[in-house]
Each structure stands twice: as structure tokens, then as C-alpha cells.
Design a protein around this ligand. Structure first.
Ligand code: NAP
Length: 247
């Protein structure tokens, strides 16, 4: 089940963390994967690992903060890689701060990358999906987009925005056999969470019903499912993978 042979996937934010794991997992399931992010060296290293494991991967330098340039970057893909069947909108940033002290720059940078960047990539990639009358769009939001989080008004707004965006896209594209869904992770062990002080980590665990942080592989498994043929009757949904942080 959940084989992705013959499919081409594009993963944004594939250079590290959850995106890197998603890309490797999609490749292991048989998809050829376009690895997109700004850090070319990390992408090249991941592509080499995927190829060593018998998979196929191509790197694409893409900066989601540069919305006006995204279409041109995507047009640089060689023809045999340009027909994207599976889009995983994973790239995301944080710029935390309490509301009273949050600068416009902090607000705007998070909205630009997490929400506007995702909109532009999805608009561009969905055109080919519409022509071919098939596609899977999986967007990584966060439980913070569902429940809010003090100090993350910008991030929560962007992540909640991705849910409304995905539900609209799901309705627009359904008649062409394209599904669009969201995965909403809780706390996942990555560079984003590594730097937290031990006391903060302990307090966070108290709120997680399963009493442990998630692993990137557990997010990747949800993405593989939603990207698969088997999930063809699931669209406009939010799959919460948070260990019961949000129920
Ligand atoms: N870790 C968690 O606990 C957690 C929980 C809920 C949701 N999430 C979400 O899961 C996703 C991945 O998180 P993570 O923990 O793996 O984060 P991470 O380790 O910080 O990785 C973020 C990825 O996004 C890419 N990125 C950042 N800015 C970009 C830009 N301007 N253009 C293109 N790519 C950009 C980075 O690549 P470059 O720097 O190379 O561009 C990197 O590959 C994010 O959307 C995050 O909000 C994470």
C-alpha cells in the first residue's frame, strides 16, 4: 500500500527537519522527488543519499520569501521533472514575540514565507495538475493554527490561513481529481524544537496526551498516506498528528 511509483513530488523546505524526512520517505515509496529550499548544499547532500538508496531526486533553489520569482524558478525544472503529481508545502519559519512587541517585519516575514509563498507555489504547480487531471497537495500547518499559541500570533495566523486556503483549493480542484489536505503536527523533534530549554520541554510534555514529542517520520507517514492513491476520497481535511496535544 501507499506506493508512489511513477509519481513526481516536489517538497518545499526539503533541506532539513521534517521536509528532509518527508522527501526521503516519498522517495523510498517510489516517487521521484524535487528537493526545494534555499540551502543548496544540504539539498545536494540529501539528493545523494536518496540516489544511494536507489531513489531519484533533483534539487531546486527556491526562496519562498521572493514570491515574484517563484514561477520563474519552477520553469527552470527540466521537462521530465516539471510535471508534479504530489506537492508538499512544508517550508516554514517562525519569528516569535508577544503581540505588543511584535514588529511589522516579524509579522510580514512569517506571512510572506509560510502563507504567501505556499499560495504562489500551489498556484503554479496546480496548473499542470489541472491539465493532467490528477494531483495531491499536502500542506504542513501546525496545531498552533488550530489552538493558537502565546508569542506566535504571526505563525498561528499563517498556519490557520493555510487551513482556510487548503479547504478552498480542495473545493476548486476536486472536479479535476486533485485533492488538497493539511497535516497539522504538534511538537516534533527538529532544529526548531532542539534549542528549547529543558524546563520548557518538560512543561510542553505535560500538555501532550501521549507524553512524548513526535518524530519527523511520523509526520512523513501522514504525508505519504495523503499523497497516495489510497487517499483519493480524502480532501479538504486537517490530519492532526500531535500525540493528543490538540484533541
Ligand atoms: N518542528 C515542529 O515541532 C513543528 C511543529 C508544527 C509544524 N511544523 C512545521 O513543519 C514545517 C517544517 O518544520 P521543521 O521543524 O522541519 O523546520 P526547520 O528545521 O526550521 O526547516 C524549515 C525548512 O523550511 C525551509 N525554508 C525556510 N525559509 C524558507 C524560504 N524563505 N524559502 C524556502 N524554504 C525556506 C528551510 O530551508 P532553507 O533554510 O534551506 O531555505 C528548511 O528546509 C514548517 O512548516 C513548520 O512550521 C513544525
Amino acid at each position: 500500500m501507499f506506493r508512489l511509483d511513477g509519481r513526481t513530488a516536489l517538497v518545499t523546505g526539503a533541506s532539513q527537519g521534517i521536509g528532509e524526512t518527508i522527501a526521503a520517505r516519498l522517495a523510498a515509496q517510489g516517487a521521484r522527488v524535487v528537493l526545494a529550499a534555499r540551502s543548496e548544499e544540504k539539498l545536494v547532500a540529501l539528493a545523494a543519499r536518496i540516489r544511494e538508496a536507489g531513489g531519484e531526486a533533483l534539487t531546486l533553489r527556491l526562496d519562498l520569501a521572493q514570491g515574484g520569482e517563484i514561477a520563474d524558478r519552477l520553469k527552470e525544472l527540466p521537462a521530465e521533472w516539471a510535471e508534479i503529481d504530489i506537492l508538499v508545502n512544508n517550508a516554514g519559519i517562525t519569528a516569535d514575540g508577544l503581540l505588543a512587541r511584535m514588529s511589522l517585519e516579524q509579522w510580514q516575514s512569517v506571512i510572506d514565507v509560510n502563507l504567501t509563498g505556499t499560495f504562489v507555489v500551489t498556484r503554479e504547480v496546480s496548473r499542470g495538475m489541472l491539465r493532467r487531471r490528477r494531483g495531491r497537495i499536502v500542506t504542513i500547518s501546525s496545531v498552533v493554527g488550530l489552538m493558537g499559541n502565546a508569542g506566535q500570533a504571526n505563525y498561528a495566523a499563517a498556519k490557520a490561513g493555510l487551513i482556510g486556503f487548503t479547504k478552498s483549493v480542495a473545493r476548486e480542484l476536486a472536479s479535476r481529481g486533485i485533492t488538497a489536505n493539511v497535516v497539522a503536527p504538534g511538537f516534533v523533534e527538529t532544529a526548531m524544537t532542539d534549542t528549547l530549554p529543558e524546563a520548557t520541554r518538560a512543561a510542553m510534555l505535560e500538555d501532550i496526551a501521549l507524553r512524548r514529542f513526535g518524530a519527523a517520520e511520523e509526520i512523513a507517514a501522514a504525508v505519504v498516506y495523503l499523497a497516495s492513491e489510497e487517499a483519493g476520497y480524502v480532501t479538504g481535511q486537517v490530519l492532526n498528528v500531535s500525540g493528543g496535544l490538540y484533541i
